[in-house]
Design a protein around this ligand. Structure first.
Ligand code: SAM
Length: 315
């Protein structure tokens, strides 16, 4: 029962993320015409939080763009713990799709996502349907190059089946995205997942957005950081530092890895864009933003030559 309560609390973190994103979009931090189709409420947040979300979304987009360029339209994107992420529709709108786009989350979340997609013609119309067919169930949706499937990332055999059903080709260049997800998965399940993916996909890029620098000056994991919305952050031990974030890839057979705090990611974003968003809301204490950004990072890992040594440098 405790595990089920934890799983429910974990699933609720998607509401938080989506509501925060919707609020920042409403204020004009970035453009996303689709998020309001998935979430009606907004969560009013402080300026530093909105800027943090801006850096998170732009930081991930940076690697998505690099992946799409390097894979030359032949790549597939697999969004682990996708929640209500609108990336697929944002890419379609920008005319930048991947060969296949697969989204995975607990069935209770994919059921809600399916419901919202079915309800909005605008979302359905943007699904690529070469053969004119979209297959729906309560928890899953399959179109020509978009698949939404319900699964628990801790169960590898089921994941394997679901990826096959989603027409994933294990030989194509593949990008995995885990945005604020692995921290909710315990360390041994994350290890199994990363090891399995490394063995299955020889030409791949993993992009992970996570908490980092979670220990205080006495070396203790900060207690307030152990729980988020009532659920245990099971993977928090891997969030100690950039090195521990990278190590979990290397010990699980990924060939190379890099990691940056969100301070570095934020500072690498184009000056014009930063100037624009810094004028949306006043932030008297820049220190508040820095403190927040220091506790999050983007860690990447790659297998094969195509995505070797990618960095946060623009262009
Ligand atoms: N990636 C989305 C984003 O950034 O907007 C959602 C982030 S939300 C904080 C974390 C998501 O990970 C939730 O939707 C949750 O259900 C999913 N998740 C956590 N553990 C999972 C697991 N074991 N299997 C599948 N999904 C999981």
């Amino acid at each position: 029962i405790k595990d089920m309560a934890d799983d429910e609390a974990i699933q609720a973190t998607n509401d938080d993320a989506s509501e925060c994103k919707r609020y920042a979009v409403q204020l004009g931090y970035w453009c996303d015409p689709f998020i309001s189709l998935f979430v009606k409420q907004t969560a009013r947040k402080a300026p530093e939080i909105n800027r943090g979300y801006y850096a998170r979304v732009k930081g991930i987009e940076l690697f998505v763009d690099k992946f799409l360029k390097l894979s030359g339209g032949k790549g597939q994107i697999i969004n682990l713990g996708c929640g209500f992420d609108t990336l697929y529709w944002r890419l379609r709108e920008a005319g930048n799709s991947s060969a296949n786009f697969v989204e995975l989350d607990f069935p209770s979340i994919t059921a809600k996502k399916c419901y919202h997609i079915k309800k909005h013609k605008q979302l359905i119309d943007m699904l690529n349907t070469e053969d004119g067919e979209i297959r729906f169930s309560t928890t899953e949706l399959h179109a020509a190059n978009y698949h939404l499937v319900g699964t628990d990332l801790r169960h590898i055999a089921e994941l394997n089946n679901k990826l096959t059903q989603a027409e994933v080709n294990f030989n194509l260049p593949t990008m995995f995205l885990a945005e604020c997800v692995l921290v909710y998965v315990d360390a041994s399940a994350t290890s199994s997942l990363l090891k399995w993916l490394a063995g299955k996909f020889s030409n791949s890029l993993f992009v992970s957005y996570e908490q980092v620098n979670m220990k205080d000056k006495f070396g203790q994991v900060m207690l307030s950081n152990l729980r988020s919305r009532g659920c245990l952050l099971a993977g928090v031990e891997d969030c100690e530092s950039l090195e521990t974030q990278q190590r979990r890839f290397t010990i699980n057979n990924w060939e190379g890895t890099s990691a940056w705090t969100m301070v570095e990611v934020y500072d690498s974003l184009p000056v014009m864009d930063r100037n624009r968003i810094e004028h949306i809301e006043l932030l008297d204490e820049r220190e508040l933003l820095i403190q927040l950004l220091q506790h999050y990072c983007i860690a990447i890992a790659w297998n094969g030559q195509t995505f070797k040594n990618l960095s946060i440098a623009q262009g």
